[in-house]
Design a binder for this molecule. Structure first.
Ligand SMILES: [Zn+2]
Length: 397
């Protein structure tokens, strides 16, 4: 495969150039998966409906979002989406309050108790596996697009008769970019960067808005991006990042990648993992709120984008839920972490939009993360035996 990178128009140092670049990067990465589209057709039956599950973004407290004092942080959810949605103010995480396990609960309909750092897949089959197996669907029908770098194994379980052959494609756009940068900077015949070391440092700091160090381990999901693609991406990345005004949000890249994938494959089922809010672990309340506001905007833009595509318009259910709240300890740093398991950490909300949703309604009935997968299964018309959650009965499915 040969990649042509049309650099020059991306050199303009302005916001538009940055967004153009992100689009290009998303297109390139998606291209890698294109050949898969030619595989495994035959007897597959695509569902009439689509579903998009969105994690609100690394975990936010109720008081910083849907409590009246939090509305200022989520103007699009409150003003633009709520009138079209059904809102559940009492959603609770009754499992482990880490990112991997709570997101895996959304996908499996069971509380998960696997390694919090992503070294193990979910313990029970995901809705991706049930859907693909029952409908004989190819892999590009199901995607996880994740900002969280520990999610490479979340697309499928090791469940008997399920697992890898039926798992979703998982793509970690931000991680891919970081690797591409490192690969370019480390290559002797790379682009003419005068001070590679300091350049690398700048790039990594620009991209890394998470709280962990750079030296993380990404577990091999069995699907690696080709060296060729990485090199091509790296070339355009270097040009792009020569613009000092850059700094990028991982979630914005996830958003661009999601749009690219929707446009190319119109997948029936996706998990979009926004995660930038987890910057709260740094202890900066203002960065935390800034990330909530950005996630609010991205969720709104994602919904608008879905409505702009014939493959999604009027046939898509979108469910938005924070995977966790955050600690409520007023004597400690409260918002920063989510490991106390207190009420503030478990209490979230759920917003559902689109197919089957009675618009502008709310239900105070307590719901849970594990109710998401069976709801999606009911809409898309496949079975999830062994699922502990219950479909959201308020939806007309
Ligand atoms: Zn966290």
């Amino acid at each position: 495969m040969i990649w042509r990178i049309p650099h020059p128009e991306f050199r303009t140092p302005n916001g538009e150039a940055r967004r153009n670049f992100l689009k290009l990067a998303a297109a390139l990465i998606a291209d890698y998966f294109l050949p898969r589209r030619l595989l495994a057709r035959g007897s597959s039956v695509k569902p009439a409906y689509r579903a998009i599950v969105v994690t609100f973004g690394g975990g936010a407290r109720y008081q910083d979002t849907f409590a009246p004092e939090g509305w200022v942080n989520i103007p699009h959810l409150v003003n633009d989406l709520l009138p079209q949605a059904i809102f559940y103010p009492s959603a609770r995480n009754e499992g482990l309050t880490g990112h991997f396990n709570s997101s895996a609960a959304l996908l499996t309909g069971n509380w998960q108790f696997v390694d919090s750092f992503g070294s193990e897949p979910p313990a029970t089959p995901t809705f991706f596996e049930y859907l693909r197996k029952e409908r004989h669907l190819p892999v590009e029908e199901t995607w996880v697009i994740a900002t969280n770098k520990s999610f490479s194994l979340i697309g499928g379980s090791h469940g008997r008769d399920y697992g890898v052959p039926y798992a979703a494609n998982v793509i970690l756009p931000k991680q891919l970019l970081l690797e591409a940068i490192q690969s370019a900077v480390g290559s002797p015949q790379g682009p003419g960067v005068e001070d590679r070391e300091s350049f690398l440092k700048t790039m990594l700091s620009a991209l890394d808005e998470g709280y962990e160090n750079y030296g993380w381990q990404v577990y091999d999901s069995g699907r690696k991006l080709s060296q060729e693609l990485r090199q091509s991406l790296a070339q355009s990345l270097l040009d792009y990042f020569n613009d000092p005004s850059v700094p990028s949000s991982g979630d914005e890249l996830t958003f661009f990648m999601t749009k690219e994938i929707m446009n190319r494959f119109a997948p029936s089922l996706m998990l979009v993992n926004f995660w930038d809010i987890d910057i709260a672990h740094y202890g900066s309340y203002s960065l935390y709120l800034q990330a909530i506001r950005r996630t609010d905007r991205l969720v709104w833009e994602l919904w608008q984008y879905a409505q702009s595509l014939p493959a999604y318009r009027d046939r898509t259910l979108m469910i938005v839920i924070p995977e966790v709240g955050r600690d409520g300890d007023i004597h400690g740093n409260g918002f920063a972490n989510h490991r106390s398991g207190d009420d503030s950490c478990r209490r979230v909300w759920l917003l559902a939009l689109g197919a089957g949703v009675p618009k502008g309604t709310a239900s105070e009935r307590p719901v849970h993360h594990i109710d998401v997968a069976p709801t999606v299964a009911q809409l898309l018309g496949f079975k999830m035996p062994g699922c502990d959650g219950k479909p959201l009965v308020e939806l007309a499915i």
